[in-house]
Design a protein around this ligand. Structure first.
Ligand SMILES: *Cc1c(COP(=O)(O)O)cnc(C)c1O
Length: 428
């Protein structure tokens, strides 16, 4: 798909009329009059999800009760949904489970990768990530490192977290002390995207294992984990996969590590035979080893509604439209809002861009609040970043035009410049 160059609304309407993905908008229930540019944070409600929730609650739980673990497929749900999700990230069957949160799954993946290196290359004790990563990814890496060090306090074998930043490039940081490289494929703040193939190959060349956090990538950009020969991946289902608020996350493990990998949260759901109630722990010999305890079935069941929509859409078309929408958004903001000091922080090179676009402005928070009040929902991330998710399944080119016109009006009239818009809420 080419990017519409027209800068009038009518020609964008013509573009929408021939958009091959236009019909997907009807698959979501989005409030009338709202332009939703925050699907990278919480995807909208898929049509059919409310009915599915009622079915799970009224029939499966209400009528089936405990029997539903067997009769409604509750017990297999983490693997069954994992197999569906695997198709969106270049995984094979049996390599993915849906479970827990992204933070918890990252903990399990890191612990498992470190354990493999303790056997294969014990002198490697650095977990490498980047300063600009999503905070939980850094906190979890530090948490694991601190825990390993507290257990090994007597020895000199100390783990540490090393951060790539403007003073330390990936190439410089990847030395023979690195056990694991853990990166987000698409940066949550800027939308910058790493080259998964090249980075994975470089890390392997340097002897490190690689974990990809796909929180802002799964369902948003083409991902081929096996093609890249990655080791582990984790990610959310409530963002571009439209699984619902706080819906369980996923974890993928390359088949070559299956049966070998270990993870420390050895709860009974990771046991080879949970209902044997055995005295001794025997880990499941497949990716179910990454489960821990009883799964949140009502929330997990909702994920399938969004997943099925994503699986129907051609990812090539989704990517092409995502880039066209974001090119248009960037061009229109430049053209229509150029004098108001918005600084683009998202890479313009297509190969380096995910599916959201961010600008920096010292009054970013207040501007976002004013936009939300006018029915254009984006969000704000420290420091000073206005973030807009561009989701091809339910956004049109005219939505982008309309959003930029509202942004322009807010900037021109300084509608953002009132105390109410400066008051921070708990969630930004
Ligand atoms: C959204 C996001 C998370 C969220 O983790 P939770 O455990 O679901 O809170 C983690 N990592 C990245 C990169 C994210 O963008």
């Amino acid at each position: 798909m080419r990017t519409p160059t027209h800068t009038d609304r009518a020609s964008l309407q013509a573009e929408d009329a021939v958009d091959a993905l236009a019909s997907f908008r009807g698959r979501f229930s989005i409030p009338e009059g709202l332009i939703y540019l925050d699907g990278n944070s919480l995807g909208p409600l898929p049509r059919g999800a409310a009915e599915r929730a009622a079915e799970v609650i009224n029939n499966e739980w209400g009528q089936g009760l405990i029997r539903s673990w067997n009769t409604s497929g509750w017990f297999e749900m983490p693997s069954r949904l994992g197999d569906k999700l695997s198709k969106l990230i270049g995984g094979n069957e049996g390599e993915t489970v849906v479970t827990d949160t992204t933070s918890l799954n990252l903990f399990k993946a890191l612990a498992s990768a470190v354990r493999i290196q303790q056997q294969d290359a014990p002198s490697r004790r650095v977990i490498l990530t980047e300063r600009d990563n999503f905070p939980t990814d850094i906190y979890i890496a530090e948490g694991i490192s601190d825990f390993l060090n507290s257990v090994n306090a007597e020895t000199n074998e100390h783990y540490e977290v090393r951060l790539i930043d403007e003073n330390l490039s990936l190439e410089q940081a990847l030395d023979d002390s690195v056990a694991v490289l853990a990166l987000s494929h698409v940066n949550y703040r800027t939308g910058a995207m790493w080259d998964m193939d090249a980075v994975t190959a470089a890390a392997h060349e340097a002897g490190a294992l690689v974990i990809w956090d796909l929180a802002h990538a799964a369902g948003a950009v083409p991902v081929d984990l096996n093609g890249a020969n990655a080791d582990y991946a984790v990610g959310c289902t409530y963002k571009y996969l439209n699984g619902g608020p706080g819906s369980p996350a996923f974890i993928w493990v390359n088949a070559r590590h299956q049966g070998r990998f270990w993870q420390p949260l050895t709860g009974w759901w990771s046991h080879a035979a949970p209902f044997a109630m055995a005295d001794n722990y025997t880990a499941a010999n497949d990716v179910r080893r990454f489960l821990c305890g009883t799964q949140p079935i009502t929330s997990m069941a909702m994920i399938e509604c969004g997943l099925d929509v994503s699986l129907e859409a051609d990812m090539g078309l989704v990517r092409a439209k995502s880039l066209a929408l974001s090119d248009l958004f960037i061009a229109l903001v430049r053209e229509r809002c150029g004098e108001f000091g918005l600084e683009l922080v998202t890479p313009e090179d297509h190969a380096e861009r995910g599916s959201h676009v961010s600008f920096r402005h010292s009054e970013g928070y207040a501007i976002i609040q004013a936009l939300i009040d006018r029915g254009v929902i984006g969000d704000y991330r420290e420091p000073e970043v206005l973030r807009f998710g561009l989701t091809p399944l339910y956004l049109s080119f005219t939505d982008i035009w309309d959003a930029v016109e509202i942004l322009r009006d807010i900037l021109e009239t300084r509608a953002w410049d009132v105390p109410a818009y400066r008051t921070r809420q708990a969630v930004t």
